[in-house]
Design a protein around this ligand. Structure first.
Ligand code: NAD
Ligand code: LMR
Length: 299
């Protein structure tokens, strides 16, 4: 648990204005990579989130169409599309939460590390702009390899003098979503009641689902079955990459997971109590500088 995250939420609460119409706080969310496989359904889901008052959709291509499309949905968030470098500043200005699914996805036979060379550069440039235009925003990093893109973001923010470890999150929610689904199926329990913490990182064997702490607990699963569930969770991304056969990696389940984590961040900012999620963050839980564990996003 990282109760210190609560402090930054409280600081932001004092700094931000309330939306006069609803009495609820006005929250600007920016999605970088909004026209991609994850970005489009994630934009849709964040448009449906009642906590979002302004939704900024940025990509290097195709955002006018995505923004026009999403903007017709009759929910309160005002949607604007931004394209190319010269519109990045406006896209980010005043953002409370920035979600980053920008970058290339895997093809069959690749590991997430194979994405490093391209995605490291993309993340570095986007984080440099975040440091400049919305240095106090919470940042949700989806771009892979998360185990590396989060430390890269931290270094960019340190160099810019804006780093606050309580505001930088690697999104590992999809691992939790998968562990819940696979566990519920195997243990034959209602998936809506299931929780499974997933710690470590977001690649292969660094993904550690803690089925021993799963709720509701069950004696129905053998050691062999737990082992198989662990392996399936660790290889969930590869399962999708292979099924998509060269057409990318998980997008729809990731958009759902990103929307769940983004919503938790907004609730934390709004002072909603008891918001706990797993995320890959700067950590003292182990000797590793970054580690995914349960974190608290609320007072
Ligand atoms: P995609 O290729 O469909 O979309 C990526 C988008 O990023 C494209 O629209 C592209 O134009 C945009 N983009 C590229 N460079 C950009 C830049 N400099 N600024 C803004 N936008 C830029 O890929 P996808 O399937 O949406 O996956 C995106 C990333 O998310 C990949 O790295 C993938 O591995 C990762 N991912 C992470 C998780 C996770 O659990 N954290 C899950 C699934 C996918
Ligand atoms: C996932 O877990 O689905 C993502 O990290 C995408 C991938 O490359 O597996």
């Amino acid at each position: 648990m990282r109760p210190s995250v609560m402090r930054s939420a409280a600081q932001l609460l004092r700094r931000r204005n309330y939306s006069s119409a609803s009495g609820q706080q006005a929250r600007k969310v920016a999605i970088l990579g909004a026209a991609g496989g994850i970005g489009q359904p994630l934009s849709l889901l964040m448009k449906l989130n009642p906590l979002v008052s302004s939704l900024s959709l940025y990509d290097i291509a195709a955002t006018p169409g995505v923004a026009a499309d999403v903007s017709h949905i009759n929910s309160p968030a005002l949607v604007k599309g931004f394209m190319a470098d010269d519109q990045l500043a406006e896209a980010l200005d005043g953002a409370d939460l920035v979600i980053i699914p920008a970058g290339v996805p895997r093809k069959p036979g690749m590991t997430r590390d194979d994405l490093f060379n391209i995605n490291a550069g993309i993340v570095k440039n986007l984080c440099t702009a975040i440091a400049k235009y919305c240095p106090n925003a919470l940042v949700n990093m989806i771009s892979n390899p998360v185990n590396s893109t989060v430390p890269i973001a931290a270094e960019v923010f340190k160099k810019a003098g804006t780093y606050d470890e309580k505001r930088l999150f690697g999104v590992t929610t999809l691992d939790v979503v998968r562990a819940r689904t696979f566990y519920a199926g195997k243990a034959n329990v209602d998936v809506n009641t299931v929780d499974v913490p997933v710690v470590g990182g977001h690649a292969g064997i660094t993904i550690l689902p803690l089925f021993s702490q799963a709720t509701p607990s069950t004696n129905a699963l053998s050691a062999e079955e737990i082992k198989a569930l662990t392996k399936r969770t660790q290889e969930g991304g590869t399962e999708v990459v292979e099924a998509k056969a060269g057409k990318g990696s998980a997008t729809l389940s990731m958009a759902y997971a990103g929307a769940v984590f983004g919503d938790a961040c907004l609730k934390g900012l709004n002072g909603v109590p008891d918001i706990v999620e797993c995320s890959y963050v700067q950590s003292t839980v182990t000797e590793l500088p970054f580690f995914a564990s349960k974190i608290s996003l609320c007072k």
